[in-house]
Design a binder for this molecule. Sequence first.
Ligand SMILES: CC(C)(COP(=O)(O)OP(=O)(O)OC[C@H]1O[C@@H](n2cnc3c(N)ncnc32)[C@H](O)[C@@H]1OP(=O)(O)O)[C@@H](O)C(=O)NCCC(=O)NCCS
Length: 189
Amino acid sequence: MSELLLPPPVVKTTRLEFRLLEESHLNDFHAIWSNPPVAKWSTRGTSHSLEESRARMDRLFFDPEKPECLNYGVLIRASNSDITINCAMIGVIGVTSLFSPDTVEIGYIFNQSFWGHGYASEALAAYIEAYWGYAKGINFMVAKVDPLNMGSIRVLEKCGFRVVERFVGDIILPELGRRDTNLMKLDRS
Ligand SMILES: CC(C)(COP(=O)(O)OP(=O)(O)OC[C@H]1O[C@@H](n2cnc3c(N)ncnc32)[C@H](O)[C@@H]1OP(=O)(O)O)[C@@H](O)C(=O)NCCC(=O)NCCS
């Protein structure tokens, strides 16, 4: 990456607040990943223990050696105020890897109890804006999504991503077996 700023420690939207992932988020992280309907689209599948979740979460902590990877816990803000309710982290969002020198791959996952309220769409839109400001040398964002994961496809489409490629049988999901993936892409503009 040619140019990076310091990662914003907090990002706020109308209803949400992102905080850099930290140890205190572990129980909420585990609550998300230990629920099979939530984890089934991931190649890692369901987490079966707090320790397994801890290992997954540790890999998402900010690391100056891999500055393009930037992951946040998503919390709900108290309405019409600047404070954040001391409640569960409802989701995780962030760039997990560099896809090519000017392209990063994004992922997100939300607690099932909070699906259907527009939180993922609101979070992704805000994350994209924050990330473009943070990583000046990155011009594209991609997401790999199962063609049957309609909720995630919709979230990506609403934020401007479009399908650019279909990989046939390229991944094995622990709970669903061998699957195709759609590569969806967003252009900085
Ligand atoms: C995908 C996910 C993040 C969506 O979270 P969410 O907070 O419910 O998303 P939103 O409410 O912002 O938007 C969901 C959109 O998908 C639509 N949707 C949800 N399920 C759908 C389905 N089965 N078919 C068609 N559309 C669907 C909703 O109607 C909504 O669109 P709308 O705003 O136009 O009505 C959540 O389901 C999740 O965590 N899934 C498991 C992890 C995952 O799949 N991550 C992405 C991997 S690529």
